[in-house]
Design a protein around this ligand. Structure first.
Ligand code: NAP
Ligand code: GDD
Length: 325
């Protein structure tokens, strides 16, 4: 009998980690994942409720290399998906050092563990469109060749992660790949990211549970896709015949105002009566526009998204309505 592939996912209880774990189980992988110690254990694994019995959860922290080397020796993974991070851009301005520790030293701790203990492991690195900052090609898109000038501590840390992956790949001939993923959302998105914040508050307003939605920059545009589509890209990237870096995006961009309008209209409400601008949601430096060209992953690996901006939001609205009702 053929041995099953073993995947280790850092940040398995996050949005992407939970979808990726489900996807890899459907592909007959044995799935292991890291949990960070938290004083409140209730809800920590709520995103894994569907598959809790089928995954192996282990305490580890990206900032603690000993916990990672222990896991690598114990689990003997064939693939590692490094999804763990302090992933909120605005919070990265409030906690720049912790954010950097999780991303920069977290990635290096994993790379050193692989280099020292098992050079056959393949590693996927969760790189981000936030690394581009406000740099845009002449045609309005960002792609693999677009220069990267990040505008947040999170983006700067992710750029280090991206570069050190490339450096270790070239220096030590390891199978290390970056997915440069644009924003992706789902009903499991944290409520302090703009899509699920808007959806959640709009649904509460609809059900008379709230009467105001406070937001920051409504003009910013993002290339929003569905997390379910993007975890499939992660798996394709790591199962390619060579390590490489890929942009993953829908190629369609919308403003935060478009997001608000679509969500409120879907619920038969006029957003103008409820939206209030609160400066506390602005960032010290804003990333204004993101729109990704993912021609490379589409042509080389055959990836394409199934969800549009609208069907992604429909899925999120439906899930919230179901929850409150
Ligand atoms: P998420 O929901 O915030 O999940 C992040 C995960 O990382 C959580 O499980 C979190 O655990 C864990 N984590 C945080 N600090 C850690 C540490 N020190 N050690 C170990 N684990 C730690 O983020 P996501 O949306 O799933 O994103 C997954 C990855 O992709 C992140 O690296 C993110 O930066 C990157 N990314 C996301 C997007 C996007 O649009 N979603 C786009 C590009 C790149 P706790 O919940 O217990 O804190
Ligand atoms: N969070 C939030 N809250 N954002 C707001 C708000 C608000 O009240 N009002 C306006 N925005 C704007 C932000 O200024 C930003 O321009 C946009 O909405 C999206 O914000 P987020 O949903 O917080 O996502 P992000 O683009 O900053 O970061 C996400 O995408 C990155 C990839 O580009 C995160 O998932 C990162 O981890 C990821 O790397």
């Amino acid at each position: 009998m053929k041995n099953k592939k073993r995947a280790l996912i850092t940040g398995i209880n996050g949005q992407d980690g939970s979808y990726l774990a489900e996807y890899l189980l459907s592909k007959d992988y044995e799935v292991f994942g890291t949990l960070k110690r938290n004083s409140v254990v209730e809800n920590q694994t709520s995103r894994l409720n569907n598959i809790f019995e089928n995954v192996n959860l282990e305490y580890a922290d990206l900032t603690d290399m000993s916990s990672l080397t222990r896991l690598i020796k114990q689990v003997k993974p064939t693939e590692i998906y490094n999804l763990g991070a302090q992933s909120h851009v605005k919070i990265s301005f409030d906690q720049p050092i912790y954010t950097t520790n999780t991303i920069v030293f977290g990635t290096l701790n994993l790379l050193e563990s692989i280099r020292l203990f098992d050079t056959n492991i393949r590693l996927y690195q969760a790189s981000s469109s936030e690394m581009f900052g406000n740099s845009i090609d002449g045609d309005g898109f960002q792609r693999e060749s677009t220069p990267m000038y990040p505008v947040s501590p999170y983006g700067c840390a992710k750029l280090f992660g991206y570069n050190i992956i490339r450096n270790y790949r070239h220096s030590y001939k390891l199978f290390l790949s970056n997915g440069i993923l644009f924003n992706h959302e789902s009903p499991r998105r944290g409520l302090n990211f703009v899509t699920n914040k808007v959806v959640n508050e709009a649904v509460k307003i609809k059900l008379n549970l709230s009467n105001v939605l406070e937001l920051g920059n409504l003009q910013a545009t993002r290339d929003w896709g569905h997390a379910k589509d993007y975890v499939e890209a992660m798996h394709l990237i790591l199962n390619h015949d060579k390590p490489d870096d890929f942009v993953c995006a829908t190629g369609v961009s919308h403003s935060v105002q478009d997001l608000v309008d679509y969500t409120f209209n879907k619920l038969d409400m006029d957003p103008k009566s409820y939206i209030k601008i609160n400066k506390k949601y602005l960032r010290p430096e804003e990333l204004s526009h993101l729109k990704g060209d993912s021609t490379k992953i589409r042509s080389e690996l055959g990836w394409k998204p199934n969800y549009t901006f609208e069907t992604m939001l429909d899925d999120m609205i439906e899930a919230r309505l179901k929850l409150y009702k």
